[in-house]
Design a protein around this ligand. Structure first.
Ligand code: ZN
Ligand code: ZN
Length: 224
């Protein structure tokens, strides 16, 4: 089971395509039956398989992209709408919202982990995350609009921020694996290496997340 969990990114394509047996269904054995919180034409909002906190969600494009930088030109308008409606509910439910991404490059395809673009939505203090990444010496640029992410498509990067204020970090320098999880682990006081998604699967956190977001779909879809 630990091996199956090693590359969470590789499983998204199959799970999104509706595979009967996903890593999720194997790990959670029907409790809950689904981790999908909401979907639009282009995006899906799901609970992270191995959450670091209650409210640890993933936002993914339905189509395959390696990073949000690669989809922002085609899907940026829809993404902005999704962020606006989900962001308000997220803050009301979990307190605050920080968006995190490790954007993959085509070169990383050659390694074991083929990545399907995904954003982590987390109720952590983004300023603390940004300070820790900056302390590691990664060069960064501020984005005032997500469209400015487009030039980073095809290169590895880290993104951290919230709607209206994002920082993108140069990801060329090899960092420890699960780098952003290690940073969030520090913010949350999770001892190294227990942030590793394969080491501890906090199933009760996913179950609470799914329960606390169970009313979102009807709010987000609105009156029919
Ligand atoms: Zn994919
Ligand atoms: Zn991730």
């Amino acid at each position: 089971m630990l091996r199956d969990l090693r590359c969470a990114g590789a499983d998204f394509c199959e799970e999104i395509a509706g595979a009967q047996e996903s890593t999720f269904s194997l790990v959670y054995e029907g409790e809950p039956r689904s981790r999908v919180i909401w979907e639009t034409n282009g995006f899906r909002l799901i609970a992270d398989l191995s959450p670091l906190s209650v409210g640890h969600l993933l936002l993914l494009p339905v189509e395959h992209y390696l990073s949000f930088a690669q989809l922002i030109e085609e899907r940026g308008v829809e993404l902005a709408g999704v962020l606006e409606s989900v962001g308000a509910l997220y803050r009301a439910t979990f307190g605050r919202l920080t968006v995190l991404e490790h954007g993959s490059s085509a070169a990383m395809k050659a390694s074991a982990c083929i990545s399907h673009a995904h954003w982590h939505l987390m109720p952590v203090d983004g300023n603390q995350v940004n300070s820790l990444i900056t302390a590691d010496g990664l060069p960064r640029s501020a984005l005032t609009d997500l469209k400015q992410l487009a030039p980073y498509g095809g290169t590895p990067y880290f993104l951290c921020g919230r709607p209206g204020k994002y920082y993108v970090y140069d990801g060329q320098r090899p960092m420890r694996s699960q780098y952003l999880r290690s940073i969030v682990g520090q913010v949350l006081g999770i001892p190294d290496p227990l942030f590793d998604y394969a080491l501890v699967v906090r199933k009760e956190l996913l179950r609470e997340t799914v329960a606390r977001t169970s009313g979102w779909r009807s709010i987000l879809d609105g009156p029919r």
